[in-house]
Design a protein around this ligand. Structure first.
Ligand SMILES: Cc1cc2nc3c(=O)[nH]c(=O)nc-3n(C[C@H](O)[C@H](O)[C@H](O)COP(=O)(O)O)c2cc1C
Length: 185
């Protein structure tokens, strides 16, 4: 059975980004995957302090919720990273989490991930044009590839301001389900 995990980087815990990640995980479940969804804003994840302990050994020196999340990621077959676009970028909650992925890369630049671990970065944004931030999305795809993930093309949902705005876009909901199905194969 494939293990697909998702992260919601929105501080609004029941809004569009969570719903988007949840829908992707539902698509994976329909193909028989085991799934888990984490709300980053609910968790205790401090910013990287640059001690570089993870360059000298395998572990991060900060003992917070990230310790368990790193183990989850290492055992996953696919990981969904979800964030709203804030100021043309991911949220600060998502960025703190991303910085703390540093232990995934060993000192010799090899990755501790299982070969072929898939990653998908998904976004919600107020802007209707889902190509508006494509260069930033591409940048994040490169970053995940550097960590050793097999990266899928990013997916964005626009025009999401109020609760339920994602669910109103039936074509996007369908696409999200399909993305989830693909992560489970
Ligand atoms: C502080 C802040 C900054 C934002 N910056 C942008 C932005 O640069 N571009 C954009 O298209 N939408 C921006 N938005 C809109 C959010 O991306 C959008 O409403 C998103 O769906 C929120 O995610 P959520 O519903 O999961 O909380 C911003 C919203 C906030 C609160």
């Amino acid at each position: 059975m494939k293990k697909v995990i998702g992260f919601n980087g929105s501080p609004r815990k029941s809004f569009n980004t969570k719903s988007l990640v949840k829908t992707i995980l539902e698509g994976a479940e329909k193909k028989g995957a085991e799934t888990k969804l984490y709300d980053l804003a609910k968790m205790n994840i401090g910013g990287c302090i640059g001690c570089v302990a993870c360059r000298r050994g395998p572990d991060c020196s900060i003992k917070d919720d990230m310790s368990d999340l790193l183990e989850e990621i290492k055992s996953a077959d696919a990981v969904v990273f979800g964030s709203p676009v804030y100021m043309l970028q991911m949220t600060s909650q998502a960025k703190a989490f991303i910085d703390r992925l540093f232990p995934i890369i060993k000192n010799d630049f090899t990755s501790v991930l299982k070969t072929g671990t898939k990653a998908l970065f998904v976004y919600t944004q107020g802007t209707v044009d889902t190509e508006a931030f494509r260069s930033y999305f591409n940048h994040n795809e490169n970053m995940l590839q550097h960590f050793g993930f097999t990266v899928e093309k990013s997916f964005a949902v626009g025009n999401t301001r109020d609760k339920g705005d994602f669910e109103k876009q039936e074509d996007k909901v369908k696409e999200a389900m399909e993305l989830g199905s693909n992560l489970a194969i």
